[in-house]
Ligand binder design. Structure first.
Ligand SMILES: [Zn+2]
Length: 526
C-alpha cells in the first residue's frame, strides 16, 4: 500500500512538477525525459521511506489520506495558476478568509480532488489489511524502507549533476514537490513562529514630533490608498495602450512609472510597505516593529484605517479601524463583499468622528482596497464600469480566452481609476480646512497568463516583473508641487519609499525617518 500510494503521489499528483521539469529548455531531449523519469523514481522512493514509518494497520490508510488530499488540492493550484507552495504562499493560505477562498473554488479543483485523492482513497479504503505480528511487520517495513532508500541513493548518485543544477537554476522547483512542499512550508512557518519571541512589537517613533507649521497653515490630510493586485503596466497613465485611466488622466495626477513592490503577495508586502526598515531590513529583522500607523498615532495625528479586504494583517491593531461595508448602501455590497466605492461612503462623517485635537494636527486616512483581487476579476467592477468586453466570468482562468481574462482585469483597473478620481474629488471638498494629498500604491502585481503563470505569490527572487512592478499615483492640492513631482515620475522607487514619504508629508519628525527615501522631499518647500 505504501508503494502504491508513493507511486501515485510521485507520478500523478506531481504532474505540475513534471510539466515544469519537461518544459525547461535543458530538458527538451531524450536526456531530459530520462532525468524526469529518474526524478519520479526518487520521489516515489522518498515517499516509500516516509510511508513505511506509518505502514501499520491502524495508520496507513489515514496517512495516505493526509498525504493525498493536500496533494490533490496543491496539484490543482500549482497546475492551474503556476503558483508554488513556499512558506510565503503557506502564509497566504493560512491568512485567507471565506470570500477569498470562495473565489478559488471551481470545478477543476473538485475534479483534482476527485481524481487524485477521492478515487484512490475509496479504493484503498476497501482493501483488506493483513495483520502480522508486530515484529514481522516491523521487519517488513524496515526491509521496504531499506530497499527504497537504496533506490533513492542509487538514482541520486546517477542524476546528481543534473539534479543539483536544476535545483540551483530553478529554485522554485523544490516548492513544487507535492505534497512535501506543503508540509515543509507549514513546518517552516511553525519553526519561524517559535523562533520569534511573542513580544509586543518594538515601538518606533518614540519622541516623535510634528514639524512646526507656518502661522495660518492648514493641517495635512493624507489619503493613502493601498491598492490590491494592480500591475503597473496595465495603467494607461504608465503607457498601457487601453484607456484604463480615463478619470485620473483629467485630474493632473502624477503616476510614478517604475515602482517595485516589497513582496509578491498581500501577506508579504503589506507589513513590509508600512515598515521603516525597507525590504532588506524587513527580511532580516529579528523581531516585529510597530509601523507607519503607530508612528502617526504617536506623533499625535488622527489615524483611520478603512478596510475593504481580508483585514490589515495586524498593521492597524493599535489605531481606529472601520469596515468599508459598515453603513454603505446595499447596492455596493453583496455576498459579504463590497465594491471599492464603499470605501468613499460617508467619509465626512468618518473624518469628523476622529478626535478633534488630533485632527487639528493632521490626518492619515488609509483605504485598503479590494482592487483587482483575483481570480474573480469580473466581481471587482460594477456593471456600470465595464468598458472592456467580453469578460472572463470564471475563476478557472485558463478556460478563458486570454483577451476576455485581460478584459475582466482591465475593468477592475478602470474601476480603481474611478474610485481614485472620486477620492481626489472628495479631497478637493476638504481643501478649505486641510492641505490635502492622495497617495495610491498597489501591494503587488499579477500574472495574467504570461509564461503560463496566473495570480501572484511566486518567490520574490524568481517572480516576473508582472508580479513585482506596481502603480503608484500621487495628487496634491498644490499645483506647483504636482508639477515638481511630475519631474520625479521616472525615478526608480520601491515600497521602501512609502513609510518615509508618508511620514515626511505629514511633517512627522522621528529618528526612523530617512529623507532620501521620501519621494515628496525634493518637492517640499524649504
Ligand atoms: Zn494583495
Amino acid at each position: 500500500m505504501a508503494l502504491l500510494v508513493s507511486l501515485w503521489l510521485a507520478g500523478v499528483a506531481n504532474w505540475p512538477l513534471w510539466r515544469s521539469l519537461l518544459s525547461l529548455p535543458e530538458n527538451g531531449n531524450g536526456h531530459g525525459l530520462l532525468f524526469a523519469t529518474g526524478f519520479v523514481l526518487m520521489l516515489a522512493a522518498l515517499h516509500v521511506v516516509l510511508l513505511t514509518l506509518f505502514a501499520w494497520p491502524r495508520g496507513i490508510k489515514v496517512v495516505a489520506a493526509v498525504l493525498l488530499v493536500p496533494a490533490a488540492a496543491a496539484a490543482h493550484f500549482m497546475g492551474s495558476y503556476g503558483v508554488v507552495i513556499d512558506p510565503t504562499m503557506m502564509t497566504n493560505v493560512l491568512q485567507t478568509n471565506f470570500t477569498e477562498t470562495r473565489d478559488l473554488l471551481n470545478g477543476r479543483l473538485a475534479l483534482s480532488l476527485l481524481l487524485i485523492a477521492a478515487l484512490p482513497l475509496a479504493w484503498l479504503w476497501r482493501l483488506p489489511l493483513q495483520r502480522l505480528p508486530w515484529r514481522a511487520q516491523l521487519g517488513r517495513n524496515l526491509a521496504a524502507a531499506g530497499a527504497a532508500l537504496a533506490v533513492l541513493l542509487a538514482v541520486l548518485f546517477l542524476l546528481f549533476a543534473d539534479l543539483s543544477s536544476a535545483m540551483r537554476n530553478h529554485k522554485s522547483l523544490r516548492y513544487q514537490i507535492n505534497p512535501l512542499a506543503s508540509f515543509y512550508s507549514a513546518a517552516a512557518l511553525v519553526r519561524q513562529a517559535q523562533a520569534t519571541p511573542r513580544l509586543p512589537p518594538q515601538p518606533i517613533g518614540l519622541g516623535a514630533t510634528l514639524a512646526a507649521r507656518d502661522a495660518g497653515a492648514k493641517p495635512p490630510l493624507l489619503l493613502l490608498v493601498v491598492g490590491e493586485t494592480a500591475r503597473s503596466d496595465h495603467f494607461s497613465l504608465n503607457g498601457y495602450a487601453r484607456p484604463t485611466n480615463p478619470a485620473l488622466a483629467g485630474l493632473g495626477v502624477v503616476s510614478f512609472r517604475d515602482v517595485t513592490a516589497c513582496g509578491t503577495s498581500t501577506a508579504a508586502s503589506l507589513p513590509c510597505m508600512f515598515s521603516h526598515l525597507g525590504r532588506e531590513g524587513f527580511e532580516a529583522r529579528s523581531r516585529e516593529h510597530e509601523n507607519l500607523l503607530d508612528l502617526a498615532w504617536r506623533a499625535g495625528l488622527a489615524v483611520l484605517w478603512i478596510d475593504n479586504q481580508a483585514g490589515c494583517k495586524g498593521l492597524c491593531d493599535r489605531v481606529p479601524v472601520v469596515k468599508a461595508g459598515e453603513g454603505a448602501p446595499p447596492a455596493l455590497c453583496s455576498d459579504g463583499e463590497c465594491l471599492d466605492e464603499a470605501l468613499l461612503h460617508g467619509l465626512d462623517d468618518r473624518l469628523s468622528a476622529l478626535a478633534p485635537e488630533r485632527r487639528a494636527r493632521g490626518v492619515l486616512l488609509v483605504m485598503h482596497q479590494m482592487g483587482s483581487h483575483g481570480p474573480a476579476y469580473w466581481r471587482r467592477s460594477p456593471a456600470s464600469a465595464k468598458p472592456f468586453q467580453p469578460e472572463c466570468e470564471t475563476n478557472a482562468l485558463q478556460q478563458c480566452d486570454t483577451q476576455a481574462l485581460i478584459n475582466a482585469y482591465d475593468n477592475s483597473i478602470a474601476y480603481t481609476d474611478r474610485v481614485l478620481a472620486q477620492a481626489v474629488g472628495w479631497l478637493k471638498t476638504r481643501r478649505a480646512e486641510y492641505d490635502t494629498t492622495l497617495l495610491y500604491v498597489s501591494d503587488h502585481g499579477e500574472s495574467l497568463g504570461e509564461k503560463g503563470l496566473y495570480l501572484h505569490g511566486l518567490p520574490y527572487a524568481v517572480a516576473p516583473s508582472e508580479q513585482t512592478k506596481v502603480p503608484m499615483i500621487a495628487w496634491s492640492a498644490s499645483a506647483p508641487r504636482l508639477q515638481c513631482l511630475a519631474g520625479e515620475r521616472d525615478r526608480p522607487l520601491r515600497h521602501d519609499h512609502l513609510f518615509h514619504s508618508v511620514a515626511g508629508e505629514l511633517g512627522i519628525q522621528a529618528p526612523e525617518y530617512r529623507a532620501e527615501l521620501d519621494l515628496f522631499a525634493p518637492c517640499r518647500a524649504p
